[in-house]
Design a binder for this molecule. Structure first.
Ligand SMILES: Nc1ncnc2c1ncn2[C@@H]1O[C@H](COP(=O)(O)OP(=O)(O)O)[C@@H](O)[C@H]1O
Ligand SMILES: [Mg+2]
Ligand SMILES: [Zn+2]
Length: 293
């Protein structure tokens, strides 16, 4: 006879046995998380002080770039506020499969596995209001219950800011995680990126580097890069905070078009200035693997 437990949702034979079984379930979840992480050589958490700076764009193109370089890559979109990775990789019609207890990631090409909250939402719907603990449980689940397999890299598109959500995402992946901090010239000016870098120092996560996005604009006529907001703020700050400055990425209208029209920027435009400027970011990630090999 199976009876629903009043303490949890279990209807397993004989009930769940109360809190003891809940503890067991939590322990099992922890173990799955640990086992999964043990099979991932490098974890890179892409973060930013605020939204709209191009964090997802950088995460998606970094992940695709590593995959195109032959690495086994996972891309995990835990930005519950705006899961945009499916769209950026042209996977927004995809839905996830669940096999037994395991969630199967969506494939982009042969060696990039993608998981996003977006895959679970009805098409086009993004506004979900989640309470803190639900979000954090969800993040844990997307690391522990997804069939990532053996990966060289897991790239994580974090929620923006320095609050509870990015903190819990980083803590799940630490030790052994690296941060990639994305900012813009304007955000440097308002000190927002200083907070992000301070956050990394506080929680003890090494910074792979700083990327200044929307740094000038690629002219649609001649391809020259025009400065819009002044240059060098990100680089100076990186120097001051003793973290590598990896790239200044100009605004490229093709980045917006690719996101909207269903092709992946770094794959279709590898010779555009912004794609070339992304190379050192990909190389820095590749360097982690070379150092460990
Ligand atoms: N270098 C760039 N050139 C042109 N558009 C960009 C660039 N980086 C980001 N964008 C655009 O800016 C918007 C916000 O980028 P997104 O990656 O979604 O930011 P975030 O994840 O930080 O909120 C998107 O429409 C994206 O296409
Ligand atoms: Mg985003
Ligand atoms: Zn021009």
């Amino acid at each position: 006879m199976s009876e629903a437990c009043s303490g949890c949702s279990s209807t397993a034979q004989g009930g769940c046995g109360g809190s003891g079984a809940q503890d067991l379930e939590a322990m099992a979840a922890q173990k799955r998380l640990k086992d999964n992480l043990a099979r991932i050589r490098h974890r890179i958490v892409v973060m930013s002080g605020k939204g709209g700076v191009g964090k997802s764009t950088v995460a998606a193109n970094l992940a695709a770039g590593l995959a195109l370089a032959g690495k086994r890559v996972g891309l995990l979109d835990v930005d519950v506020h705006g899961p945009s990775i499916p769209r950026l990789l042209c996977l927004d019609q995809s839905k996830v499969d669940v096999e037994g207890d395991l969630i199967k990631p969506v494939m982009w090409g042969d060696n990039l596995k993608v998981m996003s909250l977006g895959f679970f939402l009805p098409n086009g719907q993004q506004a979900v209001i989640w309470r803190g603990p639900v979000k954090i449980g969800f993040i844990q689940q997307l690391v522990g219950d997804v069939e990532w397999g053996d990966l060289d890299y897991l790239i994580v598109d974090c929620p923006p800011g320095t609050g509870d959500e990015p903190l819990s995402a980083v803590q799940l992946l630490n030790p052994g995680a690296h941060a990639l901090v994305v900012t813009t010239p304007q955000a440097v000016a308002i000190d927002d990126v200083r907070r992000s870098l301070g956050f990394c120092a506080e929680i003890g996560i090494p910074v792979l580097g700083l990327v200044e996005n929307m740094s000038g604009i690629v002219c649609s006529q001649c391809g020259n890069i025009e400065e819009l907001f002044g240059k060098g703020g990100g680089e100076a700050l990186a120097k001051e905070m003793a973290v590598p400055f990896l790239a200044a990425l100009p605004l490229d209208p093709q980045v917006v078009r690719s996101g909207d029209e269903g092709w992946v920027y770094i794959k279709h435009h590898p010779e555009r200035p912004t794609a070339l400027a992304l190379r050192p970011v990909i190389d820095a990630a590749l360097g982690l693997d070379a150092a460990k090999a």
